[in-house]
Design a protein around this ligand. Structure first.
Ligand SMILES: *Cc1c(COP(=O)(O)O)cnc(C)c1O
Length: 396
């Protein structure tokens, strides 16, 4: 062969005996077929076969398989972000004239997707109070197709009685889905509580290093898989094997990272409850938190994300006091190695419930820095908050 041809044709070296711990990054659009007959019959290769890079590679399939085990799912699909997972979990099951009910506390972009895109396509959209399943029951209709939950709720952290919500949804023939990003499959397995669909923003704890975006959709029953698979491939959505490889690496240490963040978060939350600058600590692991009884019954642990609220006189100073932080970085997303603080408004993303407190809360994500130094950093913030508040009292 000429050099030009040898540059293009890749020799296959032996792979027998090469048995690494991790899975390789298999990049491909084209998959080669041994002969014309194999190409002609590629459609018969089934779910486990390979026909085109978009429909899966050994790297992405390995991650899907790992997640299916953790979620106890019949099947898992990877998509390029957590929000893509939420949208693509509900979209295949809805058509014009049907109805979706969402918990009032869902991830705000999911709320926007429902009110914007689903409504435009003729789906009616309603929200229910996740702490009052009577409200869910009253809002169920004969054409309700999906009940979409997130537990604990975004920012305000209310834990839902998922098994009871499942019963209400199933009685009317609706499917129930849960965005499980806060808990991860190590702390809650919604499919074992009867949920039909579960999504994870793998971007957060599972990938764990704030450098990759990915989402997963897992289904309880194999019959829910084909509509999702069809929609994902019709829309041309696939997950990058390079990104899947990063998520696979992150997943190996998820257990120890999560347990560490949980332990530190529990200690910090207990101290912050007592702190005069803090009004409430919204953290499902604290006794008295909304849905704490369901947290104790259903969850295997907590994660390291919780929210602080402040009284009317202190809240206006939160923005300025944040600049006192030296270790906590200011940023959205969470679940990485770096501790984060993010000021979060609530009111604009509620309609079935009312947020009556000051419309600024502070979401903290506990990372892997040394605990004492992290606490000193929080004390710096709280000290600054006290000074700013005292300053404005004096000025009045
Ligand atoms: C971050 C987040 C998402 C979205 O994940 P992306 O990968 O950033 O799109 C979805 N749900 C919850 C609860 C989240 O916190």
């Amino acid at each position: 062969m000429s050099d030009l041809t040898d540059c293009v044709i890749t020799p296959r070296v032996a792979t027998e005996g090469f048995d690494p711990v991790g899975v390789g990054v298999h990049r491909a659009s084209t998959i080669l077929f041994a002969d014309a007959a194999a190409y002609a019959s590629r459609g018969e290769r089934g779910d486990k076969g390979y026909s085109y890079g978009l429909y899966g590679t050994p790297t992405t399939r390995t991650l899907e398989e790992k997640l299916s085990r953790l979620e106890q799912a019949a099947r898992t699909f990877l998509v390029p972000s957590g929000q893509a997972a939420n949208a693509l979990a509900v979209m295949p099951f809805l058509k014009s004239g049907q109805h979706i009910l969402l918990a009032d506390t869902v991830y705000p972009p999911m709320r926007d997707f429902a009110l914007g895109d689903l409504a435009r396509l003729g789906v009616s959209v309603d929200f229910f109070d996740p702490t009052d399943l009577g409200d869910l029951q009253r809002k169920m209709r004969s054409d309700t197709r999906i009940v979409w939950c997130e537990s604990p709720g975004s920012t305000t952290m209310e834990v839902m009685d998922i098994p009871a919500a499942v019963e209400i949804a199933h009685r009317s023939g609706a499917l129930l889905g849960v965005d499980n990003t806060w808990a991860t499959p190590l702390n809650l397995k919604p499919l074992t509580l009867g949920a039909d669909l579960v999504t994870e923003a793998l971007t957060k704890y599972v990938a764990g290093h704030s450098d990759v975006l990915m989402g997963s959709i897992s289904v309880r029953d194999p019959e829910f898989a084909p509509p999702i698979k069809a929609m994902i491939s019709h829309m041309g959505i696939g997950a990058s094997p390079d990104d899947a490889s990063l998520v696979l690496r992150g997943l190996e240490t998820l257990g120890v990272r999560l347990r560490h963040s949980e332990a530190v978060a529990r200690r910090f939350a207990a101290r912050l409850v007592e702190h005069p600058m803090v009004d409430q600590v919204l953290f499902p692991a604290l006794p008295g938190a909304p849905g704490h009884e369901f947290f104790k019954r259903d969850f295997l642990g907590a994660s390291g994300v919780f929210t602080l609220t402040f009284s009317e006189s202190i809240a206006p100073h939160v923005w300025s006091a944040l600049d006192a932080l030296r270790l906590f970085a200011i940023g959205a997303s969470w679940g990485g190695t770096r501790s984060l603080a993010a000021p979060m408004p609530v009111r604009a993303s509620r309609s079935a419930t009312q947020w009556t407190g000051p419309d600024i809360t502070l979401r903290l994500s506990i990372g892997l820095e040394e605990e004492t130094e992290l606490w000193e950093d929080l004390e710096r913030f709280l000290g600054a908050l006290e000074e700013y508040s005292a300053g404005s009292d004096a000025a009045q």
